[in-house]
Design a protein around this ligand. Structure first.
Ligand code: SAH
Length: 396
């Protein structure tokens, strides 16, 4: 065992989830920490019976330790590089190294790739890092070097966008910054469609890559239909609906900047196409009166619940907004409805949507049940990783 790792012992019975390879240790599970530990340090975790359980990054907060290995290991440069290599090999097996029509994908999906606290999105040569743990922040130079070695020529630049996602109380001063190279272009291709990505000031890493396959499904059903894309952000769903031959597409977002981005992306693909119009408006206000105007409605709101404590309000929010959509969508219409709140389970989301349909008194069939795409894999021992839930519903 390498010297220097602080030992953390868990309370009796609190070792069960780690023995099932769940990578989080909650602060309440810790019995004793032997030694001085700073945020971001690697610590070794043991059961109350002194069995080794794993090694992980320590942090002050409800999730106190994020396990990076369940077997004895020394997390040095090669350790991280191997994990990044495996993440890339997996994306290669999905074909992302060869696609000519898509150059945007998630390269590292935190726990889903055995790298808790780290998100890396790949935008046509630029890797955008979003770190959620101090441990990842402290090893960022190793991560950048490993990305360069693993991706080779494919990688032109690395941008760190973690200022807002790292714990703000930690004694670090993260700044969003370019860590390597120069981005060649901020225009990406997804299924042959073009999008401008603003990773510096945009939400998350700049683009919601996780909706790629669901956008394609919207395209599939859009022919000759009138489409409302609610919570549109960069207008992803709108561009696909237009590609699919929609008769009319309306995009709505509360943010004027999002609406500018939407207009820009629509114009990139369909210059001077009068089928599209964008509105800066609050969703709940806009949905008050859309009586019978749309055949397809897409509801992709921000996470209504960020913590377990506001789960009831979040479920109310989903119910309210879906009720409005069910009440007004045209007969024979299709509702695409999503939740990206990690704390809202698939079952609770379904219940909220189904009770909305009942309140509206519509006859509804489930056409598709959607989730995140394969480049956002779920670690089977960490079910929380399955965060995106969607239902496609045919409304009679
Ligand atoms: N559908 C998008 C992602 C949506 S993110 C995509 O595929 O890329 C959620 C969006 O909802 C953000 O752009 C945010 O500005 C917007 N938003 C948040 N609250 C809103 C509200 N009350 N009314 C309308 N838009 C809202």
């Amino acid at each position: 065992m390498p010297e220097g790792y602080v030992k953390v012992v868990l309370k009796s019975g609190k070792d069960q989830s780690l023995k099932r390879f769940h990578p989080w240790v909650f602060s309440g599970a810790i019995k004793k920490i032997y030694g001085q530990v700073s945020e971001g340090d690697l610590v070794e975790v043991f059961s109350n019976k002194d069995e080794f359980l794993g090694i992980g990054h320590y942090q002050i907060g409800s999730i106190a330790i994020r396990i990076v290995s369940f077997v004895k290991a020394e997390p040095d440069y090669n350790f991280w590089k191997t994990k990044i290599q495996k993440a890339w090999d997996y994306r290669k097996s999905l074909g992302f190294d060869k696609k000519s029509d898509t150059n945007v994908f998630r390269l590292i999906h935190a726990e889903g790739d055995g790298l808790p606290g780290l998100i890396v999105d790949f935008y046509n040569g630029t890797a955008v890092l979003q770190m959620h743990s101090v441990g990842m922040h402290l090893i960022r130079e190793d991560l950048v070097k490993a990305l360069q070695e693993v991706l080779g020529d494919k990688l032109k630049a690395v941008y760190d966008k973690s200022e807002k996602t790292l714990p703000f109380k930690a004694e670090i001063q993260p700044k969003d910054a370019l860590l390597f190279g120069t981005p060649e272009s901020n225009e990406v291709l997804e299924y042959g469609l073009k999008f401008k990505v603003d990773w510096e000031t945009g939400q998350k890493t700049g683009f919601f890559i996780d909706q790629r396959e669901n956008r394609l499904l919207v395209q599939h059903y859009s022919q000759n239909r009138d489409v409302l894309n609610m919570f549109g952000y960069t207008g992803g769903f709108s561009v696909y609906a237009m590609q699919g031959g929609a008769r009319l597409v309306h995009s709505v977002d509360a943010s004027a900047k999002a609406i500018d981005l939407t207009n820009e992306n629509v114009a990139l693909n369909f210059p001077e196409d009068e089928r599209h119009e964008a509105f800066t408006a609050d969703a709940f206000e806009f949905l008050k009166d859309i009586q019978n105007k749309y055949d397809i409605i897409i509801l992709d709101p921000p996470a209504f619940a960020k913590h377990r404590s506001n789960l009831p309000q979040a479920l109310q929010g989903y119910k309210r907004i879906n009720t409005r959509a069910f009440e007004q969508i045209r007969s024979g219409g299709i509702l695409f409805t999503f939740s990206c709140s990690q704390v809202v389970s698939k079952e609770r989301f379904r219940e909220a949507v189904f009770s909305a349909a009942a309140i509206a008194g519509r006859t509804v069939r489930v056409m598709h049940q959607l989730t995140q795409p394969a480049d956002h894999p779920v670690n089977i021992y960490h079910p929380e990783g399955e965060y995106l839930k969607g239902l496609v519903l045919y409304v009679e």
